[in-house]
Design a protein around this ligand. Structure first.
Ligand code: SAM
Length: 275
């Protein structure tokens, strides 16, 4: 019998994948965690019924969280990743030559544990000696660390359950204070087709806290609508002023020095959301 997994993206629309195996189906202390094998996209991590990552297209999201912001800061030595327990963002951060130390704080130790077992190509750098992995609430972590990081990346689940307070003005204020005086942060900010209001409200909140706010996009086939946005808030450096020649040519599959500025050119209907 054929088995199909469907993520309902609205009450009347979803995406679906044929699955060949279920490795994990477990309710953790924080969320429903499923690790499944799909025929088209390989191993897939699903949390609370939402696709988090797949082996085939994960590189787009993880590169696009990590590299635009690391290329914008001239000296990104100390990096914090909030969420990101699958390790994909950390793998990309470790490619950057100037990063001395990265701290990852995910609330759910089970995501880290199962990603190491079933997603080794994604989680492989979590044991890098330059990485410190903490299990805890990212909201609390940023409030306990003032003036500590050059770059903060928010690789969280959608704003339900444990990540609900990671999409609030109070969280962005905490991030501002956890950053050094020329720090930058980036957060994944969902898709403009089904979450337009969220993108608008995040943009408004981040603009109240940071003087420079920029939104960029990427194409991710297994995420709702395929068009994903990221919001960057910066105290000093503007990603649009980065010289292409200053961006290191890294071992990436989506992000390049040429793509850096192009990613900030948004379709008109998305531009209108963040004006
Ligand atoms: N790429 C995904 C997406 O946008 O669909 C998200 C990646 S997934 C690894 C996000 C992680 O955020 C999960 O492992 C979850 O446990 C973690 N998370 C959710 N709320 C959190 C919080 N308050 N503090 C730290 N981590 C949190």
């Amino acid at each position: 019998m054929e088995m199909w997994y469907t993520e309902k993206q609205t009450e009347s629309f979803g995406i679906t994948a044929k699955i060949t195996k279920t490795y994990v189906h477990e309710q953790t202390d924080f969320q429903q965690l499923d690790m499944i094998e799909t025929e088209e996209f390989g191993t897939m991590l699903v949390l609370d019924g939402m696709v988090m990552t797949t082996v085939r297209d994960e590189f787009v999201y993880h590169e696009m969280v990590a590299h635009p912001v690391l290329s914008t800061h001239p000296d990104p030595e100390h990096v914090l990743v909030v969420g990101g327990g699958d390790g994909g963002v950390i793998r990309e951060v470790m490619k950057h030559p100037k990063v001395k130390k990265a701290v990852l704080v995910d609330i759910d130790g089970k995501v880290i544990e199962y990603s190491k077992t079933y997603l080794p190509s994604i989680a492989g750098e979590l044991d890098n000696p330059r990485v410190e992995v903490l299990v805890g609430d990212g909201f609390m972590h940023i409030h306990d660390h003032k003036n500590a990081y050059d770059v903060i990346m928010v690789d969280s689940t959608e704003p339900v359950g444990p990540a609900a307070n990671l999409f609030t003005r109070g969280f962005y204020q905490g991030i501002y204070e956890a950053l050094k005086e020329d720090g930058i942060f980036v957060a994944q900010t969902d898709n403009p087709w089904f979450k337009a209001e969220l993108i608008k409200s995040v943009n408004r909140d981040v603009k109240e806290v940071f003087p420079i706010v920029r939104v960029y996009g990427a194409n991710i086939p297994t995420y709702p609508s395929g068009l994903w946005t990221f919001t960057m808030g910066s105290k000093t450096y503007d990603p649009l002023e980065v010289e292409e020649s200053s961006i290191p040519e890294l071992a990436t599959k989506y992000y390049t020095p040429r793509l850096h500025k192009a990613a900030f050119v948004l379709p008109k209907f998305v531009e209108d959301l963040v004006k």
